[in-house]
Design a binder for this molecule. Structure first.
Ligand code: NAP
Length: 333
């Protein structure tokens, strides 16, 4: 027997623990060509919230009564597939199950001698790819320019800001606690950081923090924080719309500012970014991120929770800002 976590109810607004159900299941026998996986690390990500709604998006919704799924690192414990050996570790988007059978499709082998296993869910996984490709492909950063990052102490944001510094930019982060502000400035080398929860006038604070205006805005949160950045954008600014966590739990359409006048006045570009659209660039991006890690130019920060059954709570905690860097769950299986 092993445990699985199902979507029990579609959330109304902020998800609750009762929207999930932990179930026992019998792991099926292995057929030829299959492998038995034991889950080691699970990633929780804000975008999973969108998949809990029954709406069409760039990735299909989760089905009611079926397992949730996300980035996972697992160990091959039995193999009847020549491409995998017992003791291999793999990563992939996999269902929330302690143990599972797979035919190996869509799985990537990962090397724990090269980096800790959890890094393949963070800085050497979707997080790092999102940060690097979003910033370079849409942000088109240039040395000496000013970069503003929201959700700056989170998984993607903390990497975006560090890459901005590597590329010679002035980097200003926006985050929600004083501890995170200190982390951004002291650990990640941000030039300035603003606590959006204690700052009354975000537009004014951003103007002060960005005396030369904003050339690139990497937006992880949307909503009023992002509206405030528009007052400081420069001519030909690039706005990378990566995520909008501040409105993911809204039950009504958010009342946002009209962005067109800001974009027209500044000949600015605002573009949505989905990491999966850049799959052909993953190998080069991972190589670059690995090099920076080895050179110690890039730091990887994680918030690690323990225990398979704590995956839903860790997911809920993302909306409460309880993570610094990448939120991962170390399962005990
Ligand atoms: N487009 C893509 O391909 C792609 C890929 C990966 C991620 N994303 C998006 O990128 C964003 C960051 O993802 P992540 O994995 O790095 O998550 P994360 O930043 O590690 O975690 C979420 C963080 O968001 C902040 N937050 C929560 N509610 C907020 C609110 N109402 N207003 C402002 N900030 C709030 C919290 O930090 P504070 O303490 O600072 O509030 C929290 O720690 C998300 O929007 C996600 O959906 C997009």
């Amino acid at each position: 027997m092993s445990k699985t976590i199902l979507l029990a109810k579609r959330p109304e607004g902020l998800p609750k623990l009762s929207d999930f159900k932990i179930d026992d299941e019998i792991t099926p026998e292995l057929a030829v060509g299959e492998i038995l996986l034991h889950t080691k690390y699970v990633s929780v990500d804000p975008y999973l919230r969108g998949r809990m709604n029954d709406v069409k998006s760039y990735i299909p919704p989760f089905e009611l009564g079926q397992p949730m799924a996300s980035g996972t690192v697992a160990e091959v414990v039995v193999s009847k597939n020549e491409a995998f050996q017992k003791g291999d570790f793999i990563s992939g988007i996999l269902p929330w199950k302690e143990k599972m059978v797979s035919n190996g499709e869509g799985l990537l082998k990962v090397d724990q001698n090269r980096a800790p296993l959890s890094a393949y869910l963070g800085i050497l996984g979707m997080t790092g790819l999102t940060a690097y490709l979003g910033l370079t492909e849409i942000g088109k950063p240039k040395k000496g320019e000013t970069l503003v990052v929201s959700g700056a102490a989170g998984a993607v944001g903390s990497v975006v800001g560090q890459i901005g510094k590597i590329l010679g930019m002035r980097v200003v982060g926006v985050a929600g606690t004083e501890e995170k502000i200190a982390l951004l400035k002291n650990e990640f080398g941000f030039d300035e950081a603003i606590n959006y929860k204690t700052t009354e006038n975000m537009a004014a604070a951003l103007k002060t923090a960005c005396p030369d205006g904003v050339d690139v805005y990497f937006d992880n949160v949307g909503g009023s924080i992002s509206d405030a950045v528009l007052f400081s954008i420069n001519k030909f600014a690039r706005i990378v719309c990566c995520g909008a966590i501040s409105v993911y739990n809204n039950t009504k359409l958010p009342q946002s500012m009209s962005v067109q006048t800001f974009l027209v006045r500044n000949s600015a570009l605002m573009q949505g970014f989905i990491v999966f659209d850049y799959a052909d660039k993953y190998p080069d991006a991972i190589q670059q991120l690995s090099n920076w890690l080895v050179e110690e130019k890039l730091k990887s920060t994680e918030t690690v929770r323990e225990g398979f059954e704590n995956i839903p709570q860790a997911f809920l905690d993302l909306f409460d800002g309880k993570n610094k860097g990448k939120m991962v769950i170390k399962t005990d299986s």
